[in-house]
Design a protein around this ligand. Structure first.
Ligand SMILES: Nc1ncnc2c1ncn2[C@@H]1O[C@H](COP(=O)(O)OP(=O)(O)OP(=O)(O)O)[C@@H](O)[C@H]1O
Ligand SMILES: [Mg+2]
Length: 246
């Protein structure tokens, strides 16, 4: 894969915890505005990969490039300010604060890269948060807390969004909200998105390209129609997930 013009490049990255090698020599790029799905069995290292990219963890070896700049080892806050922003597998709101205050804080954090308030208002309406601006975020139903967490990432106007299982814990009918969110962020911000998910329907809908992590390596990458029908991928992962979802 060419790294020219990539918004995010992960170059031969390895992560160990002591003697445990979580992954080794993982490489991929995401072009500006592209959505990449990352899938793999529980414990494959998907969250660790996000943590390494966003600066929560330091890679054992390898490089992370943001817009062509080597940001390997830069701390989480510096990377967030530079536009590399993540969501969490659980929720990521400021618990004691109201919904409105949560959004104000995220906007303040964005500094000069402020997202248009129209774009934010659109999502507040669409995800049924408009009538709840004065409620404490940690008292919201779980699905709305997750959507608020995504709006907070949007409000910081990211260049690259790293989404860790945005659909987890959402009811089936709520899951298309993730599609709406990602498409809105792409359209309004032109940002690149890395999305970790176990929901294969969502991956097929949203991601022109998918990467499969398994046992510490990239097992396969390419268009979902191709990758998700490969026998080794089915054996390692997808068969079990699709059966679970049926
Ligand atoms: N801080 C840590 N110290 C030691 N081992 C860790 C640490 N964080 C993660 N691991 C290990 O790294 C491996 C990968 O974990 P990770 O959470 O990245 O998997 P995952 O692909 O996100 O799984 P899931 O689909 O369940 O969310 C696991 O074996 C986990 O126990
Ligand atoms: Mg995880």
């Amino acid at each position: 894969m060419s790294r020219c013009g990539a918004e995010l490049a992960v170059d031969r990255v390895c992560k160990r915890f002591g003697g445990l090698k979580v992954f080794d020599e993982v490489s991929f790029t995401i072009a500006p505005g592209e959505v990449l799905g990352v899938i793999g069995p529980n414990g494959a290292g998907k969250t660790t990969l996000i943590n390494v990219i966003c600066g929560k963890l330091t890679p054992t070896s390898g490089r992370i490039l943001l817009g062509g700049r080597n940001v390997t080892g830069a701390p989480f806050h510096a990377l967030s300010r530079a536009g590399l922003v993540r969501s969490f597998q659980q929720t990521n709101t400021f618990g004691g604060a109201s919904v409105g205050e949560n959004i104000s804080r995220a906007i303040r954090f964005s500094g000069g890269r402020r997202a248009s308030s129209d774009g934010i208002s659109h999502m507040i309406e669409k995800f049924e948060l408009a009538s709840r601006l004065d409620e404490r975020s940690d008292k919201l139903p779980y699905g709305l807390q997750k959507m608020l967490g995504l709006i907070l990432t949007y409000a910081t106007r990211p260049k690259v969004l790293l989404l860790d299982e945005p659909a987890a814990g959402l009811e089936r009918r709520e899951r298309t909200r993730i599609d709406d969110f990602v498409r809105h962020a792409q359209r309004e911000l032109g940002c690149s998105v890395l999305i970790v998910e176990h929901d294969m329907d969502l991956i097929r809908r949203l991601c022109p390209s998918v990467l499969v992590l398994d046992a510490g390596r990239v097992l396969a990458s390419g268009p979902p129609a191709e990758v998700l029908s490969r026998k080794d991928v089915l054996d390692a992962y997808v068969g079990a997930i699709d059966e679970e979802a049926a």
